[in-house]
Design a binder for this molecule. Structure first.
Ligand SMILES: [Fe+2]
Ligand SMILES: [Fe+2]
Length: 255
């Protein structure tokens, strides 16, 4: 099994689809990850598996990969980090921001229906939603991730590449929604608004459940302090606007 540790999990799942089921059963959602080119060894770390859990998972994977042939499971010396019930304050704040982004995403289907009923009347609201996405979800929240939090980790790690690609794909959907609103092409607006919502919902779930917990337990106390100070500086730079955007997202529950 040792040589498999360096292999991208997606390639293995493609060749052996039952590995995807096996990982899902273990709470590791590689099959639903948008790019997911993590290596097998990364999965053990990112999902915080200790030596015994790593051995169990690799044994089950080996049974699929080798069938009846004998195979050796390497010893992985890892201690699972203790699970924290809460995130450190700067990451907890980013989780709160996710909740507001999800409120906007939840309003997308009704906004699209309303646009189809009354394009001119509802277009200003849709433009406000795009403004929220560009300035709150992207310039404020994603910039904190990209410019600060992710900077504490290896930029070549596959999980970070996946997350950054999601941000880029989201920006492309937003550009297409804006274009559709300008030209009045509601099919384009609907397709890209919904695709944005679906992309970001999965992205946020992966950040809340996998990426942030891994980052939170990996950062040193000194780094957490520095992260707090750097995020606070960004927040000060945005003044009252984050609060205003959050109230806008709250207001969308009634559309
Ligand atoms: Fe993100
Ligand atoms: Fe995020």
């Amino acid at each position: 099994m040792r040589s498999y540790l360096e292999q991208p999990i997606k390639d293995l799942i493609q060749k052996h689809p039952s590995l995807g089921t096996l990982l899902s059963e273990a709470g590791i959602g590689c099959t639903t990850c948008s790019l997911g080119t993590c290596k097998v060894k990364d999965i053990l770390e990112i999902h915080n598996l200790d030596s015994a859990q790593s051995r169990r998972l690799l044994t089950r994977m080996g049974e699929t990969l080798f069938g009846d042939a004998p195979f050796e499971v390497p010893d992985i010396a890892r201690k699972a980090a203790p699970i924290r019930s809460t995130f450190c304050p700067p990451i907890a704040r980013m989780v709160e921001e996710h909740a507001h982004i999800l409120k906007l995403i939840a309003a997308i289907p009704s906004m699209v229906e309303a646009l189809r009923r009354d394009l001119l009347g509802v277009r200003p609201l849709a433009e406000q939603a795009l403004d929220f996405i560009r300035n709150y979800a992207d310039r404020y929240h994603h910039a904190k991730e990209e410019d600060i939090l992710f900077g504490y980790f290896d930029p070549q790690s596959e999980i970070l590449k996946v997350m950054l690609q999601d941000h880029e794909d989201g920006r492309a959907h937003v550009r297409a929604v804006a274009e559709g609103l300008t030209t009045g092409d509601l099919d384009q607006v609907e397709a890209h608004f919904r695709a944005y919502g679906e992309l970001l919902r999965g992205h946020i779930q992966r950040e809340n459940e996998i990426l942030y917990p891994w980052m939170d337990r990996t950062l040193t106390m000194r780094e957490v302090g520095e992260l707090y100070a750097r995020c606070a500086e960004v927040e000060r730079g945005f003044g009252d606007r984050p609060g205003e955007y959050e109230r806008f997202a709250d207001s969308l529950q009634n559309i």
